[in-house]
Design a protein around this ligand. Structure first.
Ligand SMILES: NC(=O)c1ccc[n+]([C@@H]2O[C@H](COP(=O)([O-])OP(=O)(O)OC[C@H]3O[C@@H](n4cnc5c(N)ncnc54)[C@H](O)[C@@H]3O)[C@@H](O)[C@H]2O)c1
Length: 426
């Protein structure tokens, strides 16, 4: 196995860009993306995902290109493209297959191709390998080699970065696994776990996310039960968490590109093997119901107080706190449900790109808190840092006298509310 020096990262999104920037500290790295506007922005030192700061990006020794003819002959290709589901929640491996064909045209004899996208066990060897073989005329495992290394970073998480987390790595042969382990280890202090084989590494990643989904679903289910009992789940959790082995999950909306999607990949693989995945799909169902449940709680409280339409301000549209990421955000489902109940809903999010929200969902987003309107209800939907201090100042300026404050995330539990506002949480 030749020493690794030239690396190409295919797909420069939330995962690919931080990885490419990290690897570029030790290797000669080219980042390739189909999206020319993304490449132009990156070349100008702008990362719209907010993961890499401008000065870091500008200082990185990273070449970026949208030209597939510029990525030939590298030692390693790393594929980090999206793995969404279709309308019927079946895995859509279109981007993985397309990226594999691109790599097939570029890979040289002896090259290694690593998939980092989250998939079900078998995708690297049964889909990526054959797609590359077909285009390149080379043979997988003889002329070029496969690897899999799941990505574990979270959008917006500056603590668990590619350079600080254990990297699970697998290769088609022990030599490939070792070479890849050394490559990833070069940027994270050798913090590498060599999985037994590629399928094992693929399986490890998909259960990490399915496990989170199921745990959150359990808390969401008990939220519904406790609400019927007149109990606040946040208060119950505060007590339960004092036990040393109680798992600290919280109720809420489950969106994004990973947790709300990946369990369907595992479910599909199970179904093909004629195993009906009970708990995995139950978790998905409960978490998908949460937007309707929350909108129902809000809607009922509003109409119990005042017949007809209310003015509502929803705080936060991103799928999670402190990121501009709108993919599969479930807040939009809450907004639509409230609108369908006849209410007028404004949305404020200081982080998301209003243009992206319009393009993705046809939703207008107010980048600043409205200065001249007061609302019958304020819904705290996403716990962005900038919302934490609102009860101490801005809330009184946006909540009408007697307004409801619905704190979905429990961010403001214990904070003093403006006079006559009714505070409700899950
Ligand atoms: N977002 C996360 O935090 C996260 C964490 C762990 C794992 N993952 C997994 O990593 C993978 C990538 O996710 P992401 O969040 O980085 O996606 P993303 O949408 O942010 O980025 C993907 C990039 O790939 C590009 N692309 C799509 N098809 C391409 C092709 N054929 N050739 C070249 N470029 C192409 C897109 O233009 C985009 O810039 C997914 O499988 C995801 O499940 C994501």
């Amino acid at each position: 196995m030749n020493p690794i020096s030239r690396i190409v990262v295919v797909g420069l999104g939330y995962v690919g860009l931080p990885l490419a920037v990290g690897l570029a500290k030790r290797f000669q790295v080219t980042g390739f993306d189909l999206d020319r506007s993304r490449i132009d922005e990156l070349a100008a030192g702008k990362d719209r995902t907010g993961e890499i700061d401008g000065p870091v990006l500008k200082a990185a020794k990273l070449a970026v290109t949208a030209d597939a003819s510029a990525i030939g002959g590298a030692d390693v290709y790393i594929i980090t493209v999206p793995t969404p589901v279709d309308e019927a929640n079946h895995p859509d491996l279109g981007a993985v297959a397309a990226a594999s064909r691109t790599v097939g045209k570029a890979v040289r004899r002896g090259g290694i191709v690593v998939l980092e996208s989250t998939v079900y066990p078998g995708v690297t060897e049964d889909i990526v390998g054959p797609a590359i073989e077909q285009v390149s005329g080379l043979v997988s495992g003889r002329d070029f080699f496969l690897g899999y290394s799941p990505e574990r970073i979270n959008p917006g998480d500056r603590e668990h970065t590619v350079e600080r987390i254990t990297k699970v790595v697998a290769g088609q042969t022990p030599e490939v696994a070792k070479a890849l382990g050394d490559m990833y280890g070069a940027i994270n202090g050798g913090n590498v776990f060599l999985a037994r084989d590629i399928r094992t590494a693929e399986a490890a990643k998909v259960i990490e996310n399915a496990q989170r989904d199921i745990n959150i679903a359990f808390i969401n289910e008990v939220t519904m039960i406790f609400n019927k009992m007149g109990l606040s789940v946040h208060e119950v959790l505060a007590a339960a968490r004092t036990k040393w082995n109680f798992l600290p999950f919280a109720p809420g909306l489950v969106g994004g590109h990973c947790i709300s999607v990946d369990p369907y990949y595992l479910a599909e693989a199970a179904t093909r093997l004629r195993h009906h995945p009970e708990i995995i799909l139950a978790g998905r169902r409960i978490n998908d119901e949460m937007a309707g449940y929350i909108a129902g709680q809000i809607g009922r409280a509003l109409t119990a107080r005042k017949a007809g339409a209310s003015d509502i301000l929803v705080l936060g549209l991103a799928f999670k706190e402190n990121v501009p990421d709108l993919r599969n955000t479930k807040v939009i489902d809450v907004v639509r449900d409230l609108e369908a109940r006849g209410h007028k809903v404004d949305v404020h999010d200081p982080i998301v790109d209003p243009e992206a929200a319009r393009h993705e969902y046809g939703q207008t987003v107010l980048p600043a808190l409205p200065a001249d309107r007061r609302y019958d209800a304020v819904v705290m939907a996403v716990a962005h840092h900038s919302f934490a201090g609102l009860p101490a100042g801005g809330l009184a300026r946006i909540a009408a006298p007697g307004a409801f404050v619905f704190d979905i995330k429990g961010l403001w539990r214990g904070a003093a509310m403006p006079a006559d506002c009714t505070y409700l949480t899950l």
